[in-house]
Write a protein that binds this ligand. Structure first.
Ligand code: NIG
Ligand code: FE
Length: 414
């Protein structure tokens, strides 16, 4: 069915239909093309037309028209990094952190990822699916129209496959576009603590072939970090995934200068994510590549880490995306509105830069730039309609306020 948005105060994020989609880097990231006093027409699940109000079609029945006076219409958020499938929240560790323990100390005493893995392996698939679907519904209400979800809380053949099957079921159950990443290399499970080679071989020889047989993943991810996976191990696992057609998107330079950025660039990763800890060499390496640097400001916030050096990265010419890192340990929120606010407030990104990084560049960071992330004829009608607001900059400025009136996902209001 067609739907006409009329009298849109600001229609933001207008792009031509580039194939392949062109990521925004350097100064281009601050360009967010808009039309003021605009219309937009959807047809089925797609954007069919848009332009100035003077050119709006006159033949759409009133029941299919929405008056967007005073409001912004823009592409829905494209959240390219989440761990949305998990068994249980971890607020006990939150308290430990308030009392002074570090993320690494919590991990060392069996908390962190291994805690989540123990809980996940105990939980039946159906229960895990129902919990994840509920979280996904809440996420959509906050304006997310496409999302990447990782495994990595299984760390066993059965646990990893269970997580990826849950993600596959979410793809079928939800109107959202969902991409799946295999993150078996999230941590060494306890039974392989002194036998890293054994776990690497399990991933290469058992888990990856099983994933490929069932077509369960789009990407391969590794937590490249001190005490987790080295640069060499990261490159090895990425290449093993690539042999099965999985493109690398990795966790890099979160807590230390892990070599993760260099590993990602060496293997031609789609993205290297986190980047709290960067030096000149890592910035230059990323800027000279086509790998996207995905910044996760709410993870830095939650762990009280220094924020990602967004200005240096943008000024050096890196391609930047923003994502939520939604997970129970370091970012228990999937709120992309907050991510965008924090990117402006703490990372000193301009509102236009942050919105581009959380829409078009986010879409490209999960391989869906040709169908998502901008107002483009033929792209999915996955849109955010705001409440009446005075300007675009008001969205990140008024942090914590719910400024979303309606969310459309693939042509349907949620
Ligand atoms: O992206 N850093 C590694 N993985 C997650 C956190 C996982 C956890 O603590 O459960 C992240 O921050
Ligand atoms: Fe993460």
């Amino acid at each position: 069915m067609a739907m006409l948005f009329k009298n849109i105060s600001i229609l933001a994020g207008i792009r031509s239909a580039d194939k392949p989609a062109k990521p925004l880097r350097g100064k281009d990231l601050a360009e967010l093309p808009v039309i003021k006093n605009a219309f937009l027409l959807t047809e089925g699940d797609r954007i069919a037309a848009f332009g100035p109000m003077t050119e709006a079609p006159a033949n759409i029945p009133p029941g299919q028209c929405i008056d967007a006076t005073g409001r912004i219409l823009m592409p829905a958020w494209c959240d390219s990094h989440t761990h949305l499938v998990f068994a249980a929240s971890r607020e006990n560790e939150f308290i430990d952190k308030i009392r002074g323990l570090s993320y690494a100390e919590i991990a060392a005493k069996g908390g962190g990822i291994l805690n989540s893995a123990a809980r996940l392996n105990e939980m039946p698939e159906d229960k895990l699916f129902n919990l994840a679907l509920q979280r996904l519904d809440e996420t959509v209400k906050m304006g997310t129209g496409a999302i990447e979800i990782k495994s990595g809380y299984g760390l066993t053949v059965d646990g990893e496959l269970k997580m990826l099957r849950v993600i596959k079921r979410l793809k079928q159950a939800s109107g959202l576009t969902i991409k799946a990443s295999f993150l078996g290399a999230h941590a060494y499970p306890p039974q392989f603590r002194d036998n890293h080679e054994g776990y690497l071989q399990l991933i290469e020889q058992e888990i990856l072939p099983a994933i490929a047989r069932e077509g369960l993943a789009d990407f391969i991810d590794v937590f490249c970090e001190e005490g987790f996976f080295t640069q060499a191990e990261t490159e090895r696992i990425c290449r093993a995934g690539q042999a099965y057609g999985l493109l690398p998107k990795i966790h890099a330079n979160q807590l230390h200068l892990s070599g993760g950025v260099q590993a990602g660039v060496n293997v031609g990763a789609l993205s290297v994510d986190h980047l709290e800890t960067m030096d000149e060499a890592a910035i230059r390496c990323l800027a000279a590549s086509s790998t996207i640097g995905t910044l996760l400001p709410t993870a830095a916030f939650f762990l009280r880490m220094p924020y990602q050096p967004a200005r240096q990265l943008i000024d050096a010419g890196c391609i930047i995306a923003l994502a939520s890192d939604f997970n129970p340990g370091s970012s228990p929120s999937a709120n992309m509105n907050l991510v965008v606010s924090m990117a402006c407030i703490q990372l000193k990104m301009l509102p236009e830069e942050a919105i581009n990084a959380a829409t078009l560049n986010g879409a490209i960071a999960m391989g869906i730039g040709e169908t998502h992330g901008s107002i483009t004829i033929g792209k999915k009608a996955s849109l955010i309609l705001t409440r009446p607001v005075p300007s675009l900059a008001y969205l990140p400025y008024a942090f914590g306020s719910n400024l979303i009136e309606r969310v459309m996902v693939a042509g349907e209001f949620t």
